[in-house]
Design a protein. Structure first.
Length: 277
């Protein structure tokens, strides 16, 4: 293997001869960032989509790779669950493109999105690597990888084989979630992958009348968690329908409401962009 074309060339502890990266000569991806949690149900896929939309609004060329093979949700969140991916005669896979964001998910390759994927870990890991090497991503500033929950086979495959520039963690303020997210952070540390920042999702309610923030959990416990993990908090987001229903914007929400959502994500995406420089 060669380090040529890898965004981490010169800033990586891996031996090039053992690195699993197989560079497609037609792809030029500047930064690869995993969106991870360790815990399911925290809104990780939603954060991936919102980050992609925010980065695209900055003028960046963005792609999303749905690495949650057994529970892919990116197509539905982007409102393209009925579309399919196709291949070229060179055996390359063409991503689905929505709002100039390139997407790849296993659900683009199955006839029915509700069909279960009953595969063992090694097969799932190989599919994830093929999504990186065989998809015609072409020129991208950022490729976001929507990770599956946990610290198992897929997470290990991605960290060992793909040229990650860093990881963005997604959490919610419950103590049980914080403990599991901390495990994921320690996994990144052991794999020498930097954790760029953390997004606290569903952190509070906003009163519709007075706009006061109503915290769900003890603020001191959250502060203690952030101090313990030594990871900057990119932002704290409320539990609102605007974030939950991003796949229904065109049908259910006004342009003003949509802009409010993007305003919530603007600073988070900018902080991530700054850390990638």
């Amino acid at each position: 293997m060669s380090c040529e074309g890898c965004p981490n060339a010169g800033n990586c502890s891996k031996d090039a001869s053992t690195c699993g990266v197989e560079t497609n000569s037609k792809n030029h991806i500047k930064d690869v960032v995993a969106v991870m949690s360790g815990k399911g149900g925290v809104g990780k896929s939603t954060m991936t989509v919102l980050l992609a939309k925010s980065l695209a609004a900055q003028g960046k060329k963005v792609g999303i790779m749905d690495a949650d093979i057994t529970g892919p949700s990116i197509p539905r969140l982007m409102g393209v669950e009925d579309q399919h991916a196709y291949g070229t005669k060179e055996n390359e896979i063409l991503p689905v493109v929505v709002d100039d964001i390139k997407l790849m998910s296993l659900n683009f390759m199955v006839e029915n999105e509700s069909e279960p994927v009953i595969w063992r870990g090694p097969i799932v890991g190989n599919v994830v690597k093929q999504f990186y090497t065989d998809v015609l991503w072409e020129d991208l500033d950022v490729l976001l990888i929507d990770m599956p929950p946990g610290t198992g086979d897929v997470a290990l495959t991605i960290m060992q084989s793909l040229p990650l520039k860093g990881v963005v963690m997604v959490s919610t303020p419950q103590p049980m979630v914080s403990m599991i997210v901390e495990k994921a952070i320690h996994m990144c540390e052991k794999m020498d992958i930097p954790v760029l920042g953390l997004i606290e999702n569903m952190a509070y309610l906003e009163c519709p009348n007075c706009h006061e923030h109503i915290d769900f959990y003890n603020k001191e416990e959250l502060d203690a968690f952030l101090n313990k993990i030594k990871v900057p908090c990119y932002g704290m987001l409320p539990q609102v329908d605007l974030l939950r229903d991003i796949n229904r914007y065109d049908q259910s929400y006004t342009l003003e409401q949509q802009e409010k959502t993007m305003e919530l994500m603007k600073e988070i995406a900018q902080r991530m962009s700054d850390d990638l420089q």
